[in-house]
Every structure is written in C-alpha cells, then in structure tokens.
Write a protein that binds this ligand. Structure first.
Ligand SMILES: Nc1ncnc2c1ncn2[C@@H]1O[C@H](COP(=O)(O)OP(=O)(O)OP(=O)(O)O)[C@@H](O)[C@H]1O
Ligand SMILES: [Mg+2]
Length: 260
C-alpha cells in the first residue's frame, strides 16, 4: 500500500441551486519522501483537494489513507502552507513558531531549541525577535515554512506558497525548499501554476484536467539530485517543461471555454 493513498474522491459544491463538481474519480498514490507537484488550470480543484487531504474540507465520496490510516480531520501529521502569509502580526517570529508547539504541550526550553533550529534551516537565524511587519514577503513566507516544519508533520501540503513573491525571491525560495527537502525528505504535495518550479522541485508532476479535476497525466522527473538552480538551463529540463506546458495548455483552453 502507498504511503498516501487517495481513492475515488469526489467533491461537489452547491450554489444557487446549481451543483459544481470540483473533483471527480480522483485517485493518487504517493510514496513516503516523494515530492509531488500538481499543476492545472485555474478552478480545476487543486486547492479543494489539498483542503480535503488536510482535513479542512469533507469529500462526498472516496477515501484517503495516510500510512494506512483514514484521514478525516486536520492533524499534526499534515502541515499546510498557503499562498497568503498567515502570520500573527502581534507575535514575534519566535512567537509565531512557538504558539502551536506550546498548545501541544511542548516544554519552553524545547520550544526555544526547535524554533532556533528551524529558523536557521530557513536562513532566518537572527530574526527570532522581529515582528512580521518588519519582514519582507519572502521572509514572512520563510517564517510560515519554519512554523510548518517545526511541527515535524509527515506530509507537507503547499498551495502556491511562493505565488505572492517576486520572481527573484521566488527562485531563492525554490532553492531553499529544495535544500530543505534534501535534508528532511518529507513527503510533499505542492500546488503551483509555475511549471518550471514544479519540474525543478519534483520527483513527479501531476497535470490536472479542467474541472472536474482528475489526473490527466503524470510525469516522473528523472533529473539528478541534489539539483542546483542551473539545472533549469539544461535541455532535459526544458524538455520536461515543454511537455508539461503542452498538456496543460489543452486543459487551460477547455477551462476557458467553460467560463465564457
Ligand atoms: N467553498 C466553495 N463553495 C463553492 N464553490 C467552491 C468552493 N470552493 C471552491 N469552489 C469551486 O470549486 C472549483 C475548484 O476550486 P479550487 O479553489 O479548488 O480551484 P483551484 O484549482 O485551486 O484554482 P486556482 O488555480 O485558481 O487556485 C471552482 O469551480 C470553485 O468555484
Ligand atoms: Mg487554488
């Protein structure tokens, strides 16, 4: 059995007497330690799927197993990172990371140690006493990343985490995440609209169909690891990028027809 096993998931939303099928007949198997990206047209159900897997949203049918156990509500085994920076502005960087650990009953000295370790991992060792308002967008997202990692969840669910960043910061964050993944080998489900980001980070890229979201195609990314950012210039990288872009383009056009 796969580490993450998603079988036959279907999700509908009702609005003004109309039913919108967001996800249909969705199956996915992911191995422990695998980095899987999901790309697909806007509105195809990517966020919905992550919310269901995170336990924040129910599904109409189907089942989801994490290491053989059924997933139905949020839990510390899954960490979620969203596009928006969701930090408490009134708490310091260390306070933002520590509050949830505190709520879990972790002793104060252990919290300080864990906070320090993960702040160093995301390159913000010297910022523990700063407040979110004093940080750039990239730094805020690093704090959110450190906060998620500090829980040591078995699965990281990331929904366009770098979408709000400028292109240069985004590339730095990709390198950072790549190196963190190399060190921690967590299982990751990563949603992005950036195909190069998906290819660079992933072991496998999944292309969703236009809504209702299903898997159109999966592509294993056989690029060597560890990967430096210069790999983006290689012919193999460009070939993956182009193939995924062609698959995605068909679905984006279909989705656009439907919105007309
Ligand atoms: N709470 C909700 N109530 C009603 N409809 C919803 C709700 N959440 C999502 N939907 C609908 O479900 C479909 C899938 O939405 P979802 O947010 O999962 O798409 P997405 O793939 O993440 O899109 P994007 O790439 O733009 O973030 C859309 O048609 C959306 O309008
Ligand atoms: Mg979304």
């Amino acid at each position: 059995m796969a580490f993450l096993d998603v079988k036959g998931v279907r999700k509908t939303f009702r609005r003004d007497e109309k039913t919108v099928v967001a996800i249909e007949s969705f199956d996915l198997q992911v191995e422990e330690g695998e980095f899987v990206s999901i790309v697909g047209p806007s509105g195809c159900g990517k966020s919905t799927f992550l919310h269901i897997f995170g336990g924040f949203e129910t599904c109409d049918s189907g089942e989801m197993l994490l290491d053989g156990r059924r997933v139905s509500k949020p839990g510390p085994d899954r960490g979620m990172l969203f596009q928006e920076f969701a930090l408490f502005p009134w708490k310091s960087v260390a306070g933002n990371i520590g509050w949830a650990l505190d709520a879990q009953g972790m002793p104060k000295d252990k919290i300080a140690e864990v906070t320090e370790r993960y702040l160093k991992l995301v390159g913000l060792g010297g910022f523990r006493d700063h407040y979110p308002g004093e940080l750039s967008g990239g730094m805020k997202q690093r704090v959110a990343l450190a906060r998620m990692l500090a829980f040591e969840p078995r699965v990281l669910l990331m929904d366009e985490p770098f979408g709000a960043l400028d292109a240069q910061t985004r590339e730095l964050m990709q390198e950072e995440l790549n190196s963190i993944w190399q060190q921690t080998r967590r299982t990751v489900l990563f949603v992005t609209h950036d195909i190069e980001e998906a290819v660079y980070l992933s072991d496998r890229v999944i292309v969703f169909t236009a809504r209702p979201g299903r898997i159109k195609e999966q592509m294993k990314i056989d690029l060597p690891r560890p990967r430096g950012i210069e790999i983006k210039k290689s012919a193999e990288f460009m070939d993956y990028r182009n193939r995924i872009w062609d698959l995605l383009r068909e679905e984006v056009l279909k989705a656009r027809e439907e919105f007309r």
